[in-house]
Design a protein around this ligand. Structure first.
Ligand SMILES: NC(=O)c1ccc[n+]([C@@H]2O[C@H](COP(=O)([O-])OP(=O)(O)OC[C@H]3O[C@@H](n4cnc5c(N)ncnc54)[C@H](O)[C@@H]3O)[C@@H](O)[C@H]2O)c1
Length: 253
């Protein structure tokens, strides 16, 4: 990224080194966005940025923990030194929390809330002012089907994760009201998506999962990326404050 690039739209994707975040970045890159990719995994992020460069997509990687408020301000500030505004923000970074109420430690609860909910707050706070100043922007928050259904007792993520993801839905609806009509804010609730973090669990229970998914397969990062790219680009846009479930219609877990 460099030079006179203000004519191209720019998207920030958190947790973009791999998985669903990378899938969202790929879909946005295909639609002509310059990319700002945020993650904590240095090597994976460098490889992802390099992959985009090879494909002719302008991408910059920033090492940042989304739970770090100051770092979000710093990274957004650095991007906005060169660009008038950030067009799209995808709040995707997240980690599972497989512990139930009787096993979880206080610091694990705090960390789950910090990464998912505070991370979403930190990046909305860092990016929204430039969107409002320009009078346009789109924010897409990655929640989960578990926000509505509750964490699955035998899966990687239980009540703390489900609570944090439900909190993201509340934030999505509130921010849609607060930032409209200039900025649309929507959430995506993925179902069982095969990524680095879920692969072993999903492979072990593949038959059971696939048997309960009407579209007959596990999801992929591209399935979520395409919906994120739709929300980021649809014109005219009349969608805000919504949570879109993308799970192949899984009727039981
Ligand atoms: N895979 C699924 O089935 C599924 C289902 C519902 C929701 N989700 C959500 O989708 C998002 C992506 O999940 P995934 O399956 O791609 O996982 P993943 O582990 O493959 O990718 C997550 C990425 O986020 C990064 N990350 C984690 N914590 C971070 C932090 N504090 N700061 C910056 N980066 C951080 C990781 O390093 C990683 O690159 C998460 O929010 C997850 O909760 C996933």
């Amino acid at each position: 990224m460099g030079g006179n690039e203000d004519h191209r739209p720019i998207a920030v994707v958190t947790g973009a080194a791999r998985g669903i975040g990378k899938g969202c970045a790929e879909a946005l890159g295909r639609r002509g966005f310059d990319l700002v990719l945020v993650d904590v995994l240095e090597d994976e992020l460098a490889a992802t940025v390099e992959g985009f460069a090879r494909g002719g997509v302008a991408a910059r990687g920033f090492i940042a923990d989304v739970a770090d408020h100051h770092r979000a301000q710093e990274v957004a500030g650095e991007v906005l030194e060169r660009r008038a505004a950030i067009d799209v923000l995808v709040n995707n970074a997240g980690t599972p929390m497989p512990k139930g109420l009787l096993e979880i430690e206080e610091h694990e609860w705090d960390r789950t809330i910090d990464v998912h909910m505070k991370g979403c707050f930190n990046w909305c706070r860092a990016v929204a002012p430039s969107m409002l100043a320009r009078g346009a922007g789109r924010i897409i928050n990655i929640s989960s089907v578990s926000a509505n259904s509750g964490g699955v007792t035998s899966a990687v993520s239980k009540f703390a994760y489900a609570g944090a993801k439900a909190g993201i839905l509340g934030m999505t609806r509130s921010l849609a009201k607060e930032l409209g009509p200039w900025v649309s804010v929507n959430a995506i609730c993925p179902g069982a998506i095969k990524t680095e973090i879920t692969a072993s669990m999903l492979e072990a229970r593949a038959a059971e999962f696939i048997g309960s998914i009407c579209l007959g397969r596990l999801g992929t990062p591209a399935d979520i990326g395409e919906v994120a790219a739709f929300l980021a680009t649809v014109e005219p846009n009349y969608i805000s404050g919504q949570a879109i479930t993308v799970d192949g219609f899984q009727w039981a877990t």
